[in-house]
Design a protein. Structure first.
Length: 472
């Protein structure tokens, strides 16, 4: 073996997967076909649940929050005048420290993930494309221009056009809607204030009848989205025309990146073939409406990362089967909500849609590690909320080890887990009965709850360790 896990693709999904492995001391090589990191803004909305998932990865969320912004007001220009809408979002609460999506260009999010990964000793190998692969009972070998590389497992996080998926022969089921196209570009311009997300019109017939210009934080650029296209290539001259039509003082200065986006709604029927896994856009693509793509990829990577690490350190391989079982229904749901949103006004969302797209309510309750019992508080498979504990919080204490056990009884010991003694606040949030013990999974979902013996028995096969493991 050249390494324990190869991750193909250093987008947000592959970077998160590599980080989840590297910080647990697993040998990982992260290969990316592109000569350099991608510089376009693409996914500019980091959802609340992603911020929670990345918080456990050692301070990543604090760094992202310092760069991004929330509550950006919207200024709509319509036939009946200009209307300002205050920025949407909720105030933090003790159980949800990041309730509002964070605006940040995707390249910045990736940059922060790369910096954190480098702290764990892994640097993406740019310009190393996975051209082919062969898998057997003992591992997988990928073919690259720098020679064959062999590992126990391969994670295909190589985007919508995934070579890994194609080489596995896994169909990408769904449809491409050529008629639903828009131009997306990062531009510099003058004549508009950067304190609003400026939006004109709504999806309708007529070339460029809707235009959105969003100032990107931590960057001098704006993300332009506009459609429907006419038969011209949306080059710099067309972009200058679109921008210039916004007002007498509005002028395009430069174009840093531009792309034509087509609606693709596709997903695979299985995320795993033997030692090879698919994650992120390689497994599911859909409309950017609702800002779900990057976030769902990060969720895949976090779900898979701890499971791969556990199995490589001696836990039964059957744990890996829970990856498809837990994540495939999530992708199916995301395809539904993003298609629903892209069919209407892309930005006008109901409170219920905002809640759905925050991904805070995603649950694995119906999965193989979940439980459908209806007791009070979060049940096995549900998101584990934050809560104050002493002078710390559940989320901060979760950074100490993979498994966290919450209990009101200071005498409880559970091998392989950090035991956190819940005071009144955490006991209320989790509806913990006196003497009840609750285990939180490494990815921040409730694992199980019950008496101490039952929790120890449930956890033992999932924490078996071979060799040294660390959590950085
Ligand atoms: C206009 C637009 C707006 C969007 N807005 C949002 C948003 O607000 N929120 C959101 O969550 N998502 C959004 N998305 C979607 C988001 O950008 C994607 O879902 C996200 O980039 C997927 O991440 P990924 O890591 O799975 O794949 P990618 O980001 O596509 O990364 C794949 C990587 O694999 C590499 N690669 C490809 N082939 C190979 C190979 N054979 N070997 C090795 N490496 C390879 C590529 O170079 C690339 O670096 C938007 C997308 C667009 C286009």
């Amino acid at each position: 073996m050249d390494t324990e896990v190869i991750v193909a693709g250093a987008g947000p999904t592959g970077l998160t997967a590599a980080l989840e492995l590297a910080r647990r001391g697993i040998g990982v090589r992260l290969l990316d076909a592109a000569p350099a990191p991608f510089t376009g803004s693409r996914g500019k909305g980091l959802q609340p649940r992603s911020m929670e998932l990345l918080d456990a990865v050692g301070g990543v969320t604090d760094r992202l929050v310092a760069l991004g912004r929330t509550h950006l007001p919207v200024r709509r220009y319509g036939p009946d005048g200009v209307h300002d809408e205050p920025g949407r979002g909720r105030e933090p609460t003790p159980d949800t420290p990041w309730p509002t999506s964070l605006l940040l260009p995707q390249w910045r999010t990736e940059q922060v993930l790369r910096e954190r990964l480098a702290e764990c000793g892994v640097v993406p190998e740019q310009g190393v494309r996975v051209d082919d692969l062969t898998a057997d009972d003992h591992g997988v070998t990928v073919t690259t221009a720098v020679g064959p590389i062999r590992a126990r497992y391969l994670v295909g996080a190589d985007g919508g056009g995934s070579t890994v998926r194609r080489r596995l022969g896994i169909p990408f089921l769904g449809e491409t809607r050529e008629e639903m196209r828009m131009v997306v570009a990062d531009v510099e311009l003058e004549g508009l204030d950067r304190e609003h997300w400026h939006q004109w019109g709504s999806p309708a017939p007529g070339a460029y009848s809707w235009v959105a210009l969003c100032p990107l934080p931590a960057s001098p650029t704006w993300q332009l989205q506009a459609g429907p296209l006419d038969d011209r290539e949306p080059d710099e001259a067309v972009l200058a025309e679109i921008v210039g039509a916004r007002g007498p003082r509005v002028r395009l200065r430069s174009v840093a990146w531009r792309s034509v986006w087509r609606l693709n709604v596709r997903m695979v029927a299985d995320y795993r073939v033997g030692p090879v896994f698919l994650a992120g856009d390689a497994a599911h693509v859909h409309s950017p409406a609702g800002a779900q793509g990057m976030n769902t990829g990060i969720g895949d990577a976090v779900n898979l990362g701890w499971k791969l690490a556990a199995v490589l350190r001696g836990v039964d391989e059957a744990l890996l089967d829970t990856y498809t079982a837990e994540r495939l229904p999530i992708a199916a749901g995301v395809l539904g909500i993003s298609t629903e949103l892209s069919g209407g006004a892309m930005w006008a969302r109901t409170a219920e849609q905002v809640r759905t797209t925050s991904q805070l309510d995603l649950s694995y309750r119906d999965g193989p590690l979940g439980s459908s019992d209806d007791g009070p508080g979060p049940r096995p498979g549900d998101r584990a909320p934050d809560a104050p504990v002493g002078d710390s919080t559940v989320f901060l204490r979760r950074r100490e080890a993979d498994w966290t056990v919450l209990t009101t009884d200071a005498g409880v010991e559970v091998p392989g887990a950090t035991v956190v003694v819940a005071g009144e606040a955490a006991a209320t949030t989790y509806a913990l009965a006196p003497g009840e013990v609750l285990a939180i999974r490494p990815d921040g979902y409730v694992g199980t709850r019950g008496d101490a013996d039952a929790v120890r028995a449930w956890l033992a096969p999932l924490t078996a360790r071979r060799g040294t493991a660390r959590v950085a």
